[in-house]
Write a protein that binds this ligand. Structure first.
Ligand code: PLP
Ligand code: COI
Length: 339
């Protein structure tokens, strides 16, 4: 294994030793196989390649001060992958198989779990796709489920340094009643033009609006959006965003700290009323937003004027990360140890 500089890792792919795979054929999942290849042999007419019949997940393993490896709320990812499978008519991966796969692949790649205190973690990427051939538009009869891992650092450069976001009015990521609530590849393909254009203009990511009216905040690239007013946490309610496990956890933490929380539509105009805003997700953790720019009105919504992240989200961030790494007690029952 090459020497990895854990503390300067960015969010990207690094080869590890093993991945795990299993195939759904004739109506049943096979046994989990271990592979040391980074490649898959895929049928050229597979529905995953042609018709986007594909879903993925993302979760992390953290090394604690005690050296133990902790997974955060993996059952939620298992359930969400089942929901994604239902959304685009794929074979479902049973929770037990999902569990077996992620625990096994983490254990096999134990040496790639970054050390405690490095700020890095092991990103776990389960992937499910239609691997059988179809030429007409049909769901596949065969599926591949695999999981690989890769050590990662922060998604946004600078970790918890505030980042700037560009409101996107040119493209939609997902339609109402479309696939926005599922973690399917098509949503990410649909978001690429917006994200790349925002990055080219110097922004960390784009802030998508509701596709119907272009009036409400949807989500923030690969993360949910939240705003804070005093002691109140607000996050968008929308039928075209991914239900973030991180967001749901922050809501629980906020309430346990005596904050009030709300899921409701957030109009773009309301951005001027927040004391703090941020993006949250497995990859993003909590990423404070410094400025949001609306290209239509040229309005600039500014937070963190001193360049520092807001104090309320930093408190939430600290608690969330402390639970994930085992520095704080697992008071909500979110942690599983990989033995
Ligand atoms: N929204 C999108 C589009 C995402 O890709 C992700 C990442 O998974 C999230 C939100 C955050 O979800 P979670 O907190 O479950 O990682
Ligand atoms: C995650 O936060 O796990 C994600 O899936 C984001 C990703 C698309 C990079």
């Amino acid at each position: 294994m090459e020497n990895i500089e854990w503390s300067t890792l960015s969010f990207g792919y690094k080869k590890t030793d093993f991945n795990v795979r299993t195939y759904y054929r004739n109506g049943a999942w096979g046994n989990l196989e271990v592979s040391d290849s980074e490649y898959l042999q895929v049928h050229m007419a597979s529905t995953g390649l042609h018709y986007g019949q594909e879903a993925f997940e993302g979760l992390k393993a953290y090394r604690g001060k005690d050296g133990k490896i902790r997974l955060f709320r993996w059952e939620e990812n298992a359930k969400r992958m089942i929901n994604s499978a239902r959304g685009i008519l794929m074979a479902e991966v049973p929770v037990e198989l999902f569990k077996e796969a992620i625990f096994k692949v983490v254990k096999l790649n134990e040496k790639f779990v970054p050390p405690y205190g490095s700020g890095a973690s092991l990103y776990i990427r389960p992937l499910l796709f239609g691997s059988g051939p179809e030429v007409g538009v049909n769901p596949s009869k065969e599926y591949t489920f695999m999981v690989f891992v890769t050590p990662v650092g922060p998604y946004f450069k600078g970790g918890v340094k505030p980042v700037n976001m560009l409101i996107c009015r040119k493209y939609d990521r997902a339609a109402p009643h479309g696939t926005g609530t599922y973690k399917v590849g098509g949503n990410y393909a649909a978001s690429l033009r917006a994200i790349v254009e925002a990055r080219e203009e110097g922004y960390a990511n784009s802030l998508f609006l509701d596709a119907r009216e272009k009036k409400y905040i949807d989500e923030c690239g690969p993360a949910n959006f939240f705003g804070i007013k005093g002691n109140h946490y607000v996050t968008p309610k929308s039928d075209s965003i991914l239900p973030s496990i991180t967001n749901k956890s922050i809501i629980t933490i906020a309430e346990s700290m005596g904050m009030t929380t709300e899921r409701r539509k957030i109009a773009v105009d309301e951005l001027s009323e927040f004391d703090e805003t941020g993006a949250c997700g497995t990859a993003a953790v909590i990423s404070p937003i410094g400025k949001i720019i609306d290209p239509e009105t040229n309005k600039i919504y500014e937070y963190c004027r001193n360049g520092e992240p807001g104090p309320v989200q930093m408190k939430l961030y600290r608690k969330l990360v402390d639970i994930q790494t085992g520095d704080a007690p697992d008071e909500f029952g979110w942690i599983s140890i990989v033995e």
